[in-house]
Design a protein around this ligand. Structure first.
Ligand code: BGC
Length: 856
């Protein structure tokens, strides 16, 4: 339990706690939770079990706005721990009737290309104020200030949800911002995702969510005598035009710094009907500035433009200090790569990604947008006479996720690959999981997050972030169960695509496995069933999903550059494999949520699909239709081909293909996520290592050699000569191929969760690929797990740290297993063992005399 204050959107929040240290024999066998309400009432609840993660609220529900503290202690058979520090919980506005505020919009219609409006009011605070809470939401995105001070460091709130169904509201403690006497309240509204080009992507949707921006704000002032005063949006509020002349996520922001938009609220507002969508408390962390990067170099061209390199492909904006004549213009353009020293803009397609400023001429001015973000490593600045690296910074923006996973090895290129994956994730986890952050897209493509979810869950705590997105997925799912390919939905035409729609089942399952959250399965269960039922309908009695358009093994390196869906893998084989996988996971989910009849039903369905898959697509000699890496990878990793001689031959065929392709990758989005696991599952671990470690094109390390700092959309987004791939889709920041990070943590470092929430582990590093060291740390729901191994000569050593509540089986590279390793620090050594250094073709046979030493 943490002792900071947490705002919750439910009357029964679940509770988790971690133990920092206990003696090695201690196990939680009992627990006691104590709630203290604001009126001093105390409730205590005791249970005799080992639960400590996402424990159901055992008290009477909280009411709206209620503040309470909770503390916990745990006990084994005879000893209690001391009580934890109390954690403070505050409930938000839990019922629609808690809202007195009305939605308001500027009276003079403000179009998408008009200056961004400011809405505001003045209010008086009387003596004896003890607390002020602001509940606020917008159609559009908002920046709210009280007395000129921003109410938070959040950006782009309330974020992008399925606005037709749910809109988030933010809650802020603004007690320190209000003072006795006159006060002012201003909110700047931007187009954000609500309207503008992003919401009408390629005009498929045909219309943005709405054409008018709006604000809902309720400031509650609480006085010492218990009185509460409300300052709430209504028809008396005022509006005005800000100096933000244009703002669009794709195109950028145009700001006139001569205009003080907060000064002149010279127009009225109109009360508009409340949207039909429900107001939701955020489950995901806010978007914030998470880091600031200094420029690595500034090159000034002959015609006076400055090309700035930040050394890292990132997402955010440029902050620039500049001085100039009143009304003179400064322009900042952005790009991920350079071609011949100039910004390569073609990959941005129609996104102009340009911020412009008209200077106020008041001396040194700070230029920084507020209502847009860009994906870039390079910026071109014009309109500034001189620019040095100290005048300019890149502000990195993203959802403020807690980092949970770290990895390191003895191979520097591999470490850089991991770093690139982390950066790719940071850039694409900006309020929703996107395909890419820079071009005219930035959408929540379901297939991309479906393959990346395990890696994402390893690297950062994405439980709330993805759970929020899954609410949108369920909300946007069609009545027939079809899952739109992008969530929130923007396309009018929606088709069911294998691997994309399966996000409905696979993402909740990954969250359950990694965060121990059975609640997410319960909440998504209907959505999961609806997807599988829909696929069953599409497949029909044959159980083979062989009809309809598919995206398939998208971006297979051998597909034509202008037709990424034309992969080597037969789309029907891929679709049927996914059908089997989702049915199988759904059967397991049904068992977890206590639906035994469904568990049986979907279990039988999964078997039928597997049988049909084998009968139709797998020959007795183990060949799978379309005979390419992806079809074998899916079939092996998901055990669609049962154990036996056919499976052995299937595994050998995959290894043979991989070898024939000189260990380069020949898979697209779907195959790449599972190929290394499939090689391991069929006994070809050395081939998996070779594939991961090859520098030949196409491979993960090829891009690293070409200087990549994020994961690219295509294996050859940049060609070896430094030119940019001609294909329409050539992003330099797409996380899908970074799914391999999960394998790196599980296989190289050997940190493998085997029960939900990492409650049980296998610590089983596979030594290979010529690596001499590997390590990972993971901040699990129970606490930090760490593993680190080294080779020295023929000796092997492994250290591990396990938190209270977690048990591990340690498997050493000689095959010896040490079960039931509990919390604490442990060290294991092998004096001599067989290293399988097949990567270099030289197998070192050291006699297998090994000894496992265990110490605490
Ligand atoms: C996106 C992908 C996505 C794909 C599917 C692309 O434009 O960038 O990542 O999954 O379309 O069609």
């Amino acid at each position: 339990m943490t002792n900071s204050s947490t705002l919750v959107g439910t009357d029964r929040p679940r509770l988790s706690w971690r133990y920092s240290s206990t003696n090695p024999q201690w196990r939680q066998q009992r627990r006691e939770l104590q709630l203290t309400r604001a009126n001093g009432a105390v409730e205590t609840h005791a249970a005799a079990d080992a639960e400590q993660v996402l424990v159901e609220w055992p008290f009477e529900p909280l009411s709206s706005r209620e503040r309470a503290t909770v503390r916990v202690r745990g006990g084994d058979s005879d000893e209690w721990t001391p009580w934890s520090e109390p954690a403070t919980i505050e409930a938000g506005l839990l019922s629609p009737t808690d809202w007195s505020a009305s939605w308001v919009t500027p009276t003079d219609v403000v179009g998408v290309d008009d200056p961004a409006p400011v809405l505001g009011t003045e209010f008086v605070v009387g003596p004896g104020i003890v607390a002020a809470r602001l509940y606020v939401s917008a159609l559009g995105i908002m920046v709210t200030r009280i007395n000129g001070v921003p109410v938070s460091e959040d950006h782009f709130a309330p974020g992008w949800t399925s606005y037709d169904h749910r809109i988030r509201y933010q809650s802020y403690d603004v007690t320190v911002l209000v003072s006795e006497g006159n006060n002012s309240f201003h909110t700047l509204l931007g187009n954000g995702w609500y309207r503008g080009r992003i919401a009408s992507f390629a005009l498929h949707r045909g219309h943005p969510y709405g054409d008018r921006l709006a604000l809902l704000a309720q400031l509650e002032l609480r006085y010492a005598d218990g009185r509460v005063e409300l300052v709430a949006t209504d028809g008396s509020w005022r509006s005005g035009a800000s100096g933000v002349l244009l703002n669009d996520f794709y195109d950028g922001q145009f700001t006139d710094l001569r205009v003080d938009g907060y000064a002149a609220l010279d127009r009225g507002v109109t009360v508009v009907p409340a949207p039909t969508a429900s107001l939701a408390t955020p489950e995901s962390p806010p978007v914030r500035a998470v880091e600031t990067m200094t420029a690595v170099s500034v090159n000034t061209t002959l015609d006076g433009r400055h090309i700035v390199d930040f050394g890292q492909n990132l997402v955010g904006w440029v902050r620039l200090r500049s001085r100039g004549r009143r009304g003179s213009e400064v322009v900042v353009r952005h790009a991920e790569v350079l071609e011949e020293g100039e910004l390569s803009l073609r990959p941005l397609r129609s996104a102009r990604a340009t911020d412009r400023y008209l200077l106020a001429g008041t001396g040194v001015e700070l230029l920084e947008p507020q209502l847009v973000f860009h994906g870039f490593r390079y910026a071109e600045v014009t309109g500034v006479a001189e620019l040095s690296t100290t005048d300019i910074q890149a502000v990195v923006l993203g959802s403020q996720l807690d980092r949970t996973g770290w990895f390191s090895s003895s191979d520097a290129a591999l470490n850089q690959l991991h770093e690139n994956i982390v950066w790719g994730m940071r850039g694409n986890f900006l309020d929703l999981p996107t395909d890419c952050p820079q071009r005219d897209e930035r959408l929540g493509w379901t297939g991309d997050i479906q393959v990346f979810a395990p890696a994402a869950s390893t690297l950062f705590n994405v439980a709330g972030f993805l759970s929020s997105w899954l609410s949108d997925l369920a909300a946007d799912q069609l009545p027939d169960g079809t899952v739109p390919a992008v969530i929130p939905r923007v396309f009018r035409d929606v088709k069911a695509f294998a691997g994309w729609g399966d996000a409905a089942v696979i993402v909740p399952w990954v969250l359950y496995e990694r965060f121990g959250d059975a609640g997410i399965l319960r909440r998504q269960y209907r959505s999961m069933c609806r997807w599988v039922d829909r696929v069953a309908e599409l497949a029909g009695p044959t159980r083979l999903w062989s009809t309809g358009e598919q995206l398939g093994d998208w971006l297979d390196p051998l597909a034509p550059p202008d037709d990424p869906a034309r992969a080597q893998a037969d789309p029907a084989v891929v679709a049927t494999a996914y059908f089997a996988r989702s049915a199988q996971l759904l059967a397991r989910a049904a068992a977890v949520v206590g639906e035994p009849a469904d568990a049986r039903h979907y279990g039988i369905l999964a078997e039928q699909v597997r049988d049909a898959f084998c009968a139709e697509y797998v020959s007795s000699s183990g060949l799978i239709r379309s005979d390419c890496q992806t079809v074998y990878a899916l079939a092996l990793h998901w055990r669609l081909v049962p154990d036996g001689p056919t499976r052995t031959r299937t595994g050998s065929r995959l290894a043979e293909l991989v070898q024939q392709q000189r260990y380069t990758v020949a898979t697209g989005f779907l195959g790449t996520a599972v190929i290394l696991d499939a090689l391991c599952a069929s006994g070809h671990r050395d081939a998996a290592y070779r594939m991961l470690l090859t520098h030949e094109f196409p491979s993960w390390l090829h891009a690293v050699d070409l200087g990549a700092t994020t994961i690219w959309e295509r294996w050859d987004s940049m060609l070896p000569d430094g030119s940019v791939n001609e294909g329409e889709m050539t992003s330099f920041n797409h996380y899908a191929f970074g799914a391999v990070a999960d394998w790196m943590h599980r296989e190289i470092a050997g940190l493998q969760p085997t029960a939900p929430g990492y409650r049980e582990l296998r610590l089983a590093p596979t030594v290979g690929g010529g690596l001499t060291a590997g390590s990972a740390r993971h901040l699990s729901p129970y606490g930090e797990i760490a593993i680190e191994w080294h080779l020295a000569g023929s000796g092997f050593s492994l250290t591990a740290r396990i938190p209270v509540g977690v048990t591990a089986t340690v498997v050493l590279p000689d095959g010896s297993e040490i079960p039931d390793v509990s919390h604490g620090e442990h060290r294991f050594e092998l004096e001599r063992f067989v290293t399988d250094a097949a990567i270099d073709g030289d197998r070192t046979d050291v006699s297998a005399a090994s000894e496992a030493m265990r110490s605490r």
